[in-house]
Design a protein around this ligand. Structure first.
Ligand SMILES: Nc1ncnc2c1ncn2[C@@H]1O[C@H](COP(=O)(O)OP(=O)(O)OP(=O)(O)O)[C@@H](O)[C@H]1O
Length: 881
């Protein structure tokens, strides 16, 4: 058994050892497996880590790419926004304050947007934050008060600086600070560009703006355009300025009444289309279309509604010095008025093409809407009244009108007669001058410096009256009633329309004297009957309101149905028509219906005063003139005429016998250049007395008389004797030696009696002289006592014996003494020339007329010849040759 036990032990042992071996193998195998698994795991872990790293890398790379894209996109967008902003807000609308300056631009459409600050974007460059105002809408500023003030000031300055001066007008409502919020803009007020309304003024202001919108809709847009902006785009013109109202309320909810609320809402809705824009702060205005809201907070948190929620940094306010300087410039420019329009704008494409048979029509300038405004003279309206205070451009308007007419109608169609009672030479340009020999071919007469020679005005009216009669006679002959018909019936006749322009015509009508009375009568007749005969009167005056002579004759005034009022003209339009009060410079109201408000047409008159521009036109027309057309008659009251220029004097040819020798005495004040004359025929009383103390003028008259007589006789055909009793006249007498025949006898105080005795004897002789004898007696009142007797005999008996006295007495009463004192007859003095002698002293020599109206004036004389004159005539002595 032991064996079996041992065996068994052995077997067990063997089994155990086998099992052990197996287990050991298994263990080893397991270990190996573990090792392998461990190794594999480590590899897997390492691989996983590697992948994660790669993943992170990839992710980072991708994120970086996305960031780059994003930034690039953003930069592109911001760049584009900045560029757009630069275009939308050019110049003054967008420049930063350090470089800011006004950049007034013509009429860009639409108007620029205005910078208020910059958008805060992750972007290197700057993107301006803009708000639309002019042409687009309204701006409401909320938030911090000081920042808001800066925004408002910036907006206003940018808007003003980008527009032509005067194209924006501002109205401020600032009840809390009473305009203090807009103090910097105060220099605009005197020029009318800025006005303030007081604390109670909001309602009226809103009413007025609403009314303005209504007016623009009715009269300017007139259903043709939906907004001024559209009108400007279509026509290139902006007929109305923008009106910007700055409403700075106190922020109280009850600040607006119901009515005001309604008006404000209306303006917010409809104002922008009509150029009315509001900048509102401190009044409740809800967001809405066309309303830009600026939330004004300092720092980086401001917002502008047009740019959504993007943060904005608002600009600081404009430097006060820039505001003041800019406003001053604008005010100066507005006060100086708009730049002148050129005369050429009134000229037709082809000159002298029009017929004046029915009317004279020409443009006078442009309306505010840019259309030409035509003015017509015809049967209706026949005559024009122009008024405007000194310097408002009356003369210029007349030039412009004349230029436009003269370029359209040839001299066969139109004739001008021009008279200027103003001191100066405004119409001189139409007549040949020393520097420029040209003249306006239509001009037949130019009267200059006639302010003291009202008689010349009268002469013109008389002349026109005669022309009127001759036209009326012709019309009767041809059995027609007006110029158009007459021209049709008589195509060969010369019937131009006549335009008589009288500047400062009130001078002619001033005074209650015979000249004024006759002038008004003539004017009335011309005004009434001239219309159908093509004679048109254009009367201009600084102030027609005080012309009693005019307003006392309503029938006369009624004929002047064309009224032209320059700025601030009084009474020329109807009483309730105040259009002239608000006219800008160089504008006029033209009214063809006697000044009724409905007939107002505003016209901007071009600058016709410019000599060069005018000369171009005048020279062109002058070169085209018909060669037979003479230059106009020029009457210059300041010029002293010369006998050598007198057509009468030049017409003399010496003859051996002259039945009616003429004595020329001076130039008449008349439309034709004529010499005043007295005829010394063989008849009683044919003597001439010159009366007055002015030596030069007396000598000039006697010199003219001597020259004119001498020119009519061949040598020896007449006898001349000269006596000089005043040494002041010695030089003048000496000058006669060159004029009178060599055998002329000269006498002085010592020898004058010899002369007078001889002449008196010859005057008393039975038969007449075979050759006339002319006695020129200078200062004859100084002759010794006995001389008066002799003189009386010569004066009484001489003329019938062909002995005539042409004498100078140094006073009217001295002549009377010569004739025999008070009460003696004066008819031996058949003609006289009075110098500085008052009219009342002349009554003894003025039979049947009382005393002539005569106030002595330098280098003028009164001439009366009882054989031919109804009344005395004013003459101008001829000056030295
Ligand atoms: N439309 C215009 N454009 C530019 N300048 C003008 C215009 N009208 C007038 N002026 C200028 O204004 C000034 C005054 O004009 P103008 O002499 O015509 O005025 P007036 O009313 O006739 O004055 P006065 O009665 O004192 O002579 C002139 O220097 C003239 O050149």
């Amino acid at each position: 058994m032991p064996d079996s036990t041992a065996q068994q032990v052995l077997e067990v042992r063997a089994a155990l050892s086998h099992a052990l071996g197996v287990a050991t193998d298994a263990l080893r195998a397991a270990r190996d497996e573990l090792d392998a698994a461990t190794t594999r795991r480590s590899r897997i872990v390492a691989a996983a880590r590697e992948r994660r790293k790669r993943l992170a890398h990839e992710r980072d790379k991708r994120l970086r790419q996305i960031d780059e894209f994003h930034e690039r996109d953003l930069a592109e967008l911001a760049g584009a926004a900045a560029e757009t902003a630069r275009l939308a807000a050019p110049g003054a609308a967008g420049l930063g304050w350090p470089r800011w300056r006004a950049t007034p631009a013509g009429t860009p459409v639409p108007a620029p947007e205005l910078r208020v600050g910059r958008l805060l974007l992750p972007y290197d460059g700057e993107v301006p934050a803009l708000v639309p105002l002019l042409d687009r809408g309204h701006v409401v500023v909320r938030g911090d008060e000081r920042t808001g003030d800066d925004v408002v000031a910036g907006l206003l300055l940018r808007a003003l600086g980008g527009a032509e001066p005067g194209r924006i007008t501002l109205t401020g409502y600032d009840p809390e600070q009473l305009g203090g919020g807009l103090a910097g803009f105060a220099p605009l007020a005197p020029a009318g560009v800025l006005q303030f309304v007081g604390p109670g003024g909001l309602g009226p202001l809103l009413d007025e703006l609403v009314d303005h919108v209504r007016r623009i809709n009715e009269t300017v847009l007139a259903g043709e355009h939906s907004s001024l902006r559209e009108l400007a785009a279509a026509t290139g013109r902006r007929p109305e300025p923008w009106r910007v109202a700055i409403l700075l309320g106190a922020g109280r909810p009850d600040e607006l009444s119901r009515h005001e609320r309604g008006q404000l809402d209306r303006l917010l809705r409809t104002g922008a289309a009509c150029g009315v824009h509001l900048i509102v702060r401190g009044l409740p205005v809800p967001a809405g279309p066309g309303i830009e809201i600026v939330n004004a907070v300092p720092g980086d948190e401001a917002r502008v509604s047009g740019t959504g929620d993007l943060p904005v940094r608002l600009d600081p306010g404009p430097p006060p010095a820039i505001i003041t300087a800019t406003c001053r410039q604008i005010a100066d420019a507005v006060a100086a008025g708009p730049a002148p329009v050129a005369l050429d704008s009134l000229l037709p494409e082809r000159e002298w093409q029009e017929s004046s048979a029915r009317a004279l029509t020409a443009p006078l300038g442009d309306s505010p809407q840019g259309a030409p405004v035509h003015v017509t003279l015809s049967d209706y309206p026949p005559h024009a009244l122009i008024a405007g205070p000194s310097g408002t451009g009356k003369t210029n308007l007349i030039y412009a009108w004349m230029g436009a007419l003269a370029a359209r109608y040839s001299p066969a169609e139109l004739a001008f007669y021009l008279l200027d009672f103003k001191e100066g030479v405004s119409f001189a340009r139409f007549a040949p001058g020393r520097r420029d020999p040209s003249w306006l071919p239509h001009v037949r007469l130019v009267g200059l410096n006639v302010n003291t020679d009202r008689e010349f005005g009268l002469a013109l009216l008389r002349f026109l009256g005669a022309e009127l009669r001759s036209r009326a006679d012709a019309a009767k002959r041809h059995e027609v009633t007006n110029l158009a018909e007459l021209r049709a019936e008589d195509p060969e006749g010369s019937w131009p329309r006549i335009v008589a322009v009288v500047d400062e015509f009130q001078v002619l009508l001033s005074g209650r004297d015979a000249v004024a009375a006759e002038a008004v009568d003539l004017l009335e007749d011309l005004a009434r009957r001239g219309r159908s005969q093509g004679i048109h009167l254009v009367l201009a005056s600084q102030d027609v309101s005080g012309i009693e002579a005019l307003w006392g004759r309503p029938a006369l005034v009624a004929q002047f149905s064309l009224r032209i009022a320059l700025p601030r003209a009084r009474r020329v339009l109807a009483e309730t028509n105040t259009a002239a009060d608000v006219l800008p410079r160089y504008h006029a109201v033209v009214n063809a219906d006697s000044g009724a408000t409905e007939a107002n047409r505003v016209v901007r008159v071009p600058d016709a005063g410019n000599r060069e521009r005018w000369s171009d036109l005048q020279h062109r027309l002058w070169r085209r003139r018909p060669q037979e057309l003479p230059p106009p008659r020029l009457f210059d009251g300041d010029a002293i005429p010369r006998l050598d220029d007198s057509p009468d004097f030049r017409g003399y040819a010496p003859a051996a016998t002259v039945a009616a020798p003429e004595v020329l005495l001076g130039e008449t004040i008349d439309v034709e250049a004529r010499s005043a004359r007295t005829v010394l025929r063989r008849a009683p009383g044919r003597n001439i007395a010159v009366m007055g103390q002015r030596v030069d003028e007396a000598c000039a008259v006697l010199h003219t008389a001597a020259r004119s007589l001498a020119a009519q006789f061949t040598p020896g055909a007449a006898q001349f004797r000269v006596a000089c009793l005043d040494s002041d006249a010695a030089a003048a007498v000496e000058a006669l030696r060159g004029v009178l025949p060599p055998e002329t006898g000269y006498f002085d105080g010592d020898t004058v009696e010899i002369l007078l005795e001889d002449a008196a004897d010859r005057a008393a002789a039975g038969s007449a002289e075979d050759r006339p004898l002319f006695l020129f007696l200078y200062a004859v009142d100084a002759a010794p006592g006995r001389a008066n007797d002799l003189l009386r005999r010569i004066l009484r008996q001489g003329p019938e014996r062909r002995i005539h006295v042409i004498g100078w007495w140094r006073g009217a009463s001295l002549l009377r003494d010569t004739l025999g004192g008070q009460g003696t007859r004066t008819d031996v003095i058949g003609a006289w020339v009075a110098l500085d002698v008052h009219g009342s002293e002349l009554s003894p020599y003025y039979p049947g007329h009382g005393a002539p109206v005569w106030y002595p004036r330098p280098w003028r004389a009164l001439h009366f010849d009882r054989s031919v004159h109804r009344g005395a005539e004013v003459i101008i002595p001829y000056g030295p040759s």
